[in-house]
Design a protein around this ligand. Structure first.
Ligand code: GRF
Length: 215
């Protein structure tokens, strides 16, 4: 069982999708700890309901970004976390956290990176007039949503879509994509070659997970 540390700031719907996938036994992983930076956030309640240890570390817990990340790393180590999953974690991180979990931090972003990194990705996509939007699970590096891409899912943009309607359609795909990506790590099927994430698709079932529709 790979021990996951999930970091979240918001409602926690992606956290819930991860918890559900772990509970269904579809991946050999469990959430060992949920770390939140916003007291009262929905993610904390969802983790508590699932019996997952919760740690709240508000922004003000430390005098600097580095000192904050040291607290985060200490909690992750205490809970023997092997893979860190950002799930709507709205904080920039420092080399302290990156270095402690090198190439072991995942993020989900509601756009087809490298298009529309940063805040308000769905709003950016609508404003740009793109015909397809989507979501990306990527490894976290020192940049903003700039790390190696693990998996992506495409969502059509429909005439008349608002930021909310498109974001809702993207979120449905996020909930499928993130557990799938985490499962690949938990099964030891992911390898990094420079900027390229290589996924072991030795059997057909695995191949269709990575590229749905490809036999
Ligand atoms: C998601 O859209 C995710 O892509 C982004 O933040 C949002 C988090 O939503 N990084 P939730 O808290 O998982 O519901």
């Amino acid at each position: 069982m790979m021990r996951l540390g999930v970091l979240a700031s918001g409602g926690g719907s992606n956290l819930q999708a991860i918890l559900d996938a772990c509970a269904r036994g579809t991946m050999p992983a469990r959430v060992a700890v949920l770390i939140g930076n916003v007291p009262g956030a929905g993610a904390l309640e969802k983790a508590a309901r699932a019996g997952v240890p919760c740690v709240v570390l508000p922004h003000q817990s430390a005098p600097s970004r580095e000192a904050y990340d040291q607290l985060v790393v200490a909690e992750l180590r205490k809970h023997r976390v092997e893979l860190v999953c950002f799930a709507g974690f709205m904080r920039l991180i420092s080399p302290v956290l990156l270095g402690a979990f090198q190439n072991k931090i995942l993020n989900i972003h509601p756009a087809l990176l490298p298009a529309f990194p940063g805040l308000h990705a769905v709003r950016q996509a609508i404003a740009a007039g793109v015909r397809v939007a989507g979501c990306t699970v990527h490894l976290v590096d020192e940049g903003t949503d700039s790390g190696p891409i693990v998996l992506q899912a495409v969502v059509p943009v429909l005439d008349g879509d608002s930021e909310d309607s498109l974001a809702a359609r993207v979120l449905v795909q996020e909930h499928l994509l993130y557990p799938r990506a985490i499962g690949l790590f938990a099964e030891g099927r992911v390898r990094l070659e420079g900027r390229h994430v290589r996924i072991d698709t030795a059997n057909d079932a695995a191949r269709s997970l990575v590229s749905p529709g490809v036999a």
